[in-house]
Design a protein around this ligand. Structure first.
Ligand SMILES: Nc1ncnc2c1ncn2[C@@H]1O[C@H](COP(=O)(O)OP(=O)(O)OP(=O)(O)O)[C@@H](O)[C@H]1O
Length: 368
């Protein structure tokens, strides 16, 4: 799938930007702070969730004058052509509309898929489990749009259970009712995650790629993840007195972590060099994109923020070749056209500059 147009109104540093593109990769360059990441953040909204910075609607409104903003675009893919828009008014949460009708996040997830790699993910393997879980869930969501609903249902029931635990409530029926809800959603979350990890492994195994294979493994911070709904319900029930002492729920998919291993070296990703960690992430993102291309019938939109800056010329050329072979509309940022030289006319180009306190997006040409 790909966008053919993108319009930003009062979105972050962009007062107004109208961009017309075709199916090819989009090379975006401009000086630091010009508004390149803001532009691809707007594209990330086409995938369900809060976008690549996980920002609130309020944070996205152009400072200082705007309270609201709008991002819209024409999306073309196996599901046909659709006009998708995101509007936030007066600081309220964004409303999604598809062909001018309100749409849910799950409906959006079935229509559009965008996956990304951004600089804040560079420390994914080193920092806490929360970031890795988020990465895992985005990966899972790209395959299973219903995953978002299961996560929301699980979190809602867990929040309620945690509140009871904190208040030292001892009403067994109340816990039991919430634990059934958590078990139902939690088992679905676990099943989806396992299937997504298995799909990534399969996509890496069969690929001709310059990027090293990363083996993913799901682990629990304590014990094993109960596999079935009934096992999870029983584990929650058993853990009740321990949870009362801790004041929070100690078992379930919210305690899952994602381990990454550099397959060829059999070394944990967290012990790899910075460049190797980046290469492992690129490998995973590209495997995700290839798997989606097969399963959905078209590649997702890729958003690669400052990725080429960290690659040597050989790896950069390899990445561009893989993106071109996949036929993905990859929006890639860098500080200058030289970062995209190996792409030649396989891509289109945009330049982002700052003029009069607003970002300005203009068509550019890739030098040969
Ligand atoms: N809500 C907002 N309203 C106005 N400006 C904003 C808003 N949010 C961010 N900005 C501004 O956007 C600019 C950053 O834009 P962005 O992150 O897109 O830069 P970039 O071109 O990707 O730069 P770099 O190459 O340094 O990563 C900053 O100057 C920041 O102050």
């Amino acid at each position: 799938m790909y966008l053919t147009s993108l319009t930003l109104s009062h979105f972050r540093s962009h007062k107004r930007a109208v961009v017309e593109v075709d199916h090819r990769p989009v090379a975006i360059w401009g000086p630091n702070g010009a508004g390149k990441t803001n532009l691809i953040e707007a594209v990330s909204l086409f995938s369900p969730g809060r976008g690549l910075r996980r920002a609130s609607a309020q944070e996205m409104a152009r400072r200082p004058e705007a309270l609201g903003w709008k991002v819209s675009g024409d999306l073309v893919g196996v599901n046909g052509a659709h006009e998708v828009s995101f509007v936030s008014e007066g600081g309220a949460a964004r409303q999604v509309r598809v062909d001018d009708k309100p749409a849910s996040q799950v409906a959006l997830g079935r229509l559009a898929r965008a996956i990304w790699l951004i600089p804040s993910m560079d420390r994914l393997w080193i920092e806490g489990a929360e970031g890795r879980r988020r990465f895992l869930d985005r990966l899972t969501l790209s395959f299973f749009p219903d995953h978002a609903q299961a996560s929301l249902d699980y979190e809602k029931a867990m929040r309620e259970r945690n509140r009871l635990l904190k208040d030292m409530v001892r009403d067994a029926n109340w816990y039991a009712a919430l634990e059934i809800q958590m078990a139902e959603a939690g088992a679905a979350i676990h099943l989806n995650r396992r299937a997504a990890v298995a799909r990534i492994a399969q996509a890496q195994a069969g690929a001709e790629t310059e990027f090293p294979t990363a083996i993913l493994k799901l682990v629990q911070s304590e014990g094993d993840m109960p596999q079935s709904m009934e096992d999870l319900r029983a584990a929650l029930s058993e853990s009740r007195s321990r949870d009362l002492q801790a004041g929070r729920t100690l078992v379930g998919p919210h305690r899952t972590d994602l381990l990454g291993t550099f397959a060829a070296k059999e070394v944990p990703a967290s012990e790899c060099s910075t460049g190797e960690q980046k290469a492992l992430l690129i490998s995973l993102i590209m495997a995700n994109a290839r798997a989606l291309a097969e399963d959905v019938g078209e590649p997702p939109i890729l958003l690669l923020d400052e990725v080429s800056a960290h690659l040597d010329a050989g790896r950069r050329a390899a990445l561009f070749d893989e993106i071109s072979a996949l036929g993905a509309q990859a929006w890639m940022t860098g500080t200058g056209p030289e970062m995209f030289a190996e792409l030649g006319d396989r891509a289109q180009a945009l330049e982002v500059t700052e003029e009069g306190a607003s970002s300005v997006v203009s068509k550019a040409a890739l030098s040969h």
